[in-house]
Design a protein around this ligand. Structure first.
Ligand code: ADP
Length: 256
C-alpha cells in the first residue's frame, strides 16, 4: 500500500518452547499505514510471533528491527515506549475499573512515575495531565465509547470491551499497533464496527498494523498483505485474496 520504508522488520525469527519449534525462520516487514495480516490455524505460532516482537518471549534467533533499531535485549515496557502497542487475544482489562480509567492505563507509558495515580482523582491537574486526559477523551469520542466511559469495564458487552482494549492501545499513540484477534467472540455487527475502527485508526494515526485474525472475510477485507503460518512455518505470503486461495493454505486450514 505504501512505498515508505518498513517500520517493523522481523528477519528469520526462531523460537522454541522445550523441544517444540513454535517459529521457524519467520520474516515480516510492515510499513507505516499498512495493515499486515498474520493468520494460520490454532497453534501455528501467531501469538508467539507477537510475543517475539513485543519482547515477552524474545526470539532464540533472528532479528526484530523497529524504526531501524534492533530490539534485542529490550524489555517489553521499553519496546512499548518506542511505539508498539498491543491488544491481547484474551481480554486483559482491569475489572473493577471504569472504561475511562482502563484507557488511561494505556497512556501511562508517556507519564512520569506516580502520575497515573493522580489521574484518578479530580485534581487541579497540571498541564501535562490535562493533555493526557484530553487525548484520552479524544479517543473515547473516536471509538464512540462516550455512553460507557464511566461504567465498570466488566459490565459492558464483550464487543465494547474489545473496543476499550483498542482504545487503550491507541492511547499510547503507537506507531505500530498489534491486534491479537480483536474480533474473537464478536457477532457480525460488532465485527463490522471493529473493522471500521481499525481502518479509521490506521488512517487517523498513520500507524502500521499487525493484525492476527482467523475470520478470513475480515482479513481479506482489511489487510494489504497476508502471511500464513502453519506449525510455525511461513507457507504463503502476499496479496490476501491470492494467498487464501493457495492450495497449501487451504490444506493447512482443512488439517492436511
Ligand atoms: P497461535 O497464536 O497461532 O494459536 P501460539 O503462538 O499460541 O499459536 O502457539 C504456538 C505453539 O507454541 C503451540 O504449540 C503452543 O502450544 C506453543 N506455545 C506457545 N507459548 C508457549 C509457552 N509459553 N510454553 C510452551 N509452549 C508454548
Amino acid at each position: 500500500r505504501t512505498g515508505a520504508p518498513p517500520l517493523l522488520v522481523c528477519d528469520r525469527i526462531d523460537r522454541s518452547f522445550g523441544g517444540l519449534k513454535a517459529l521457524k525462520s519467520v520474516s515480516i516487514a510492515i510499513s507505516p499505514g499498512q495493515i499486515f495480516g498474520l493468520v494460520g490455524p490454532n497453534g501455528s505460532g501467531k501469538t508467539t510471533m507477537v510475543n517475539a516482537i513485543t519482547g515477552f518471549y524474545p526470539p532464540d534467533a533472528g532479528r526484530v528491527m523497529f524504526d531501524g533499531r534492533d530490539l534485542k535485549g529490550l524489555k517489553p515496557h521499553r519496546i512499548a515506549r518506542l511505539g508498539i502497542a498491543r491488544t491481547f487475544q484474551n481480554l486483559a482489562l482491569f475489572r473493577g475499573m471504569s472504561v475511562l480509567d482502563n484507557i488511561l492505563v494505556g497512556r501511562h507509558i508517556h507519564m512520569r512515575p506516580g502520575a497515573l495515580k493522580s489521574l484518578f482523582y479530580p485534581v487541579w491537574a497540571r498541564p501535562a495531565e490535562i493533555r493526557h486526559r484530553r487525548h484520552v477523551e479524544d479517543i473515547i469520542d473516536f471509538l464512540q465509547l462516550q455512553d460507557v466511559r464511566d461504567m465498570a469495564v466488566e459490565v459492558i458487552p464483550l464487543g465494547l470491551q474489545k473496543r476499550v482494549e483498542l482504545a487503550r492501545a491507541l492511547a499510547a499513540e503507537p506507531r505500530l499497533l498489534v491486534l491479537d484477534e480483536p474480533m474473537a467472540g464478536m457477532n457480525q455487527e460488532e465485527k463490522e464496527y471493529m473493522a471500521r475502527f481499525i481502518l479509521d485508526a490506521r488512517d487517523a494515526f498513520g500507524a502500521a498494523v499487525l493484525l492476527i485474525e482467523h475470520h478470513m472475510d475480515v482479513v481479506t477485507a482489511l489487510c494489504d498483505r497476508l502471511l500464513v503460518l502453519s506449525y510455525g512455518e511461513p507457507i504463503a505470503e502476499g496479496d490476501p485474496h491470492a494467498v487464501i486461495a493457495e492450495p497449501a493454505v487451504v490444506a493447512a486450514y482443512l488439517g492436511k
